[in-house]
Write a protein that binds this ligand. Sequence first.
Ligand code: GDP
Ligand code: GDP
Ligand code: MG
Length: 428
Amino acid sequence: MAAGVRLARRRRAPGPPAARPTAEPHGPPTAPAARETRTEPRRKAPPPAPVAEADREADEARKKEAYRQKKEAEHEERERRRLEREEEERLAREAAERAAREEAEARARAAAEEHRKAEAEGGKTLAAGLAKTRSGFMARLSGLFGGGRPVDDSVLAELEEVLFTADIGVKTATHLLESAREKVRRRELSDAGRLRAVLREDIARILSLDGGATADGASGSPGPARPWVIMVVGVNGSGKTTTIGKLAARLNAAGHKVLLAAGDTFRAAAGEQLEVWAGRVGVPIVRGKDGADPASVCFEAVQRGVAEKADVVVCDTAGRLHTKAPLMEQLKKVKRVMAKAAPGAPHEVLLVLDATNGQNAIAQARQFHEALGVTGLVLTKLDGTAKGGVVIGICDELHLPVRYVGVGETVADLRPFSPAEFVEALFA
Ligand code: GDP
Ligand code: GDP
Ligand code: MG
């Protein structure tokens, strides 16, 4: 068997090589000849008619088929090109859309950066203003929270020490400590990290006056009455005149028609200082003679505010030590007389407190509130003190809304107070 196969192979093998030399030289040129030889028999010997007819039909069918195939190929080619074109167009469209999107994003980024820069140049952020407070009692609090430490008596004892030596006041420190103790008792505090969250919630609640901080003017805008009359009070050096200047700039920039009253006639310099602010901001000011009755200056200002249809009248007042009875009596009189010039005035009694005074500010606030019925607070000089926690004590003890905080001396450094922002900045 095997021998037979081998023999057959050997016999066949020489075949093709022998045939190639003769076939190759004739390769292409022989084609027409071949066709001729193929058609020759047809011409010479006419085949029976049915066969020729069948051949012709077959040829016809072949041609039709070839034509169909050609058309189909053309159609496919056209279709392919159309799809290609569509794909190219789609890609181009997508690229254009992507470019537009990227450009819009870049524009938004640039705008945000501009805004950030303007903010940075235009005034300190609250977070920057609270840097000292954060490194003070907040840093000591933060020391308690780390490391997944369980909340035990030693943690609570440390918390007590930090809270009572912070400037938030004994009453508020007690509230916060009691709240933490209560949660430990109810086993709601698994670790010290959770304690941080609980303190944060408690402080946020105190600052928002249990939700009441959104009353009139909390956003820093004047209330509905026209003119909206603001009487600004506080001890000397607390920052009244500076705050009025900053406030006038804010209100003026917001499109309100502002009028200032130099109600601190006790010191000549005070009137001059407010006049400088009025000139800088570009708002009118009512200034009496030095030593004039402050009530008459404020009366005149409110009257003029009514006549000239001012949106806001802001009255500065003197601030000799609040412990001297005559100051409170004088301020009461100013307040009374304002109401004669416009019913309901003053609509806001804004007490300016220097945060660097710490707990002393709470005592001041209580006395001013008793005498005048304070309706809103401004805490100044937060930038210069680690005693920013005093804001918490003031809100907790007096339940008076903080309208603004001062975080520097420039015109842009007066910020409307937002409890959420304050807590965020404190716990940052
Ligand atoms: P007034 O006596 O209550 O009218 O107090 P002034 O407006 O004259 O302010 C007393 C000083 O406190 C001035 O030197 C102000 O520049 C400064 N001052 C006021 N507010 C702020 C503040 O928010 N931050 C800082 N750093 N200084 C302030
Ligand atoms: P009170 O009696 O202590 O409540 O106050 P007054 O009525 O004596 O007013 C105190 C000051 O406010 C006066 O000296 C006036 O300068 C001013 N004042 C009060 N009422 C009027 C008023 O109707 N017109 C004007 N121009 N000033 C007034
Ligand atoms: Mg002043």
